[in-house]
Ligand binder design. Structure first.
Ligand code: 13P
Length: 259
């Protein structure tokens, strides 16, 4: 399976900064890497990024995603953005259940599952995030937490679960410079894969990304793990050279898999 390197810009960017970042990415992508690429950008900039894709041939392989999506389709839901709108614009992905939304916006497992369903129904691939806090890890609850979070999404989406992208993002590794070791991450990814196996015969095709302080230096060994199918990259996706270096690591990995 091809690796997917997805940038999560979070609440960063300006028209000018996005233009500079994407122009630099376009230059760096002159040779098509053997991996998939996406950028998940703030909603006000989705149209800008989608337009830039039409201007730079090298960006045609860069898919665009939102960072959240409503569970509703349309109507009186002030401030919400629906999956129908994202599809209409030309987006491919929407992150759902990022820990920052769970933590700062009180998103529950059930809401995250409903958002994933709304995305799937409209042809948007949800990138469903799961992950434990430091306190949960220290209490030995890592597996229990991620399994509970994924179970809610499986419960609501049934066999359509094979259409999602899953991201394991240990909360303690996000933006902290602390990365799960490749073995720690692989252990959790294997647990998630086993859970998917029980839910769908197409479990092997579900991409499970790792997120949390991924950078050019650690990407190589993380991406070598059997069940790590790519990265969801925060800080390092804001600098073209860093993001391109992670893409290069995924490319190398893709070449090794092919040979
Ligand atoms: P960092 O790569 O900045 O740790 O962020 C990870 C993340 O939250 C991606 O969604």
């Amino acid at each position: 399976m091809k690796k997917l390197i997805a940038g999560n810009w979070k609440m960063n960017g300006t028209l000018a900064a996005n233009e500079a970042l994407l122009s630099a990415l376009a230059q760096g992508l002159a040779v098509k890497p053997a991996c998939e690429i996406a950028v998940c950008v703030p909603a006000p900039y989705l149209a800008q990024v989608l337009n830039m894709k039409t201007e730079h041939a090298n960006l045609d392989m860069v898919e665009v995603g939102a960072q959240d999506v409503s569970k509703q389709t349309s109507g009186a839901f002030t401030g919400e953005v629906s999956a129908v709108m994202l599809k209409d614009l030309g987006c491919r992905y929407a992150i759902v259940g990022h820990s920052e939304r769970r933590q700062y916006h009180g998103e529950t497992d059930v809401l995250v599952a409903d958002k994933a369903r709304a995305a799937l129904v409209s042809g948007i691939t949800p990138i469903v995030c799961v992950g434990e806090t430091l306190a949960e890890r220290e209490a030995g609850l890592t597996e229990e937490v991620v399994k509970r979070q994924l179970a809610a999404v499986i419960h609501v989406n049934g066999h359509c679960i094979s259409e999602i992208v899953l991201a394991y993002e240990p909360v303690w590794a996000i933006g902290t410079g602390k990365t799960a070791s490749p073995q720690e991450a692989q252990t959790v990814h294997a647990v998630l894969r086993a859970q998917l196996k029980a839910a769908t015969e197409h479990f092997a095709g579900v991409k499970i990304l790792y997120g949390g302080s991924m950078n050019a230096a650690n990407a190589v060994t993380l991406l070598m793990q059997a069940d790590i199918d790519g990265g969801l990259v925060g800080g390092a996706s804001l600098k073209a050279t860093d993001f391109l270096a992670i893409i290069a690591a995924a490319h190398e990995n893709g070449q090794i898999q092919k040979n």
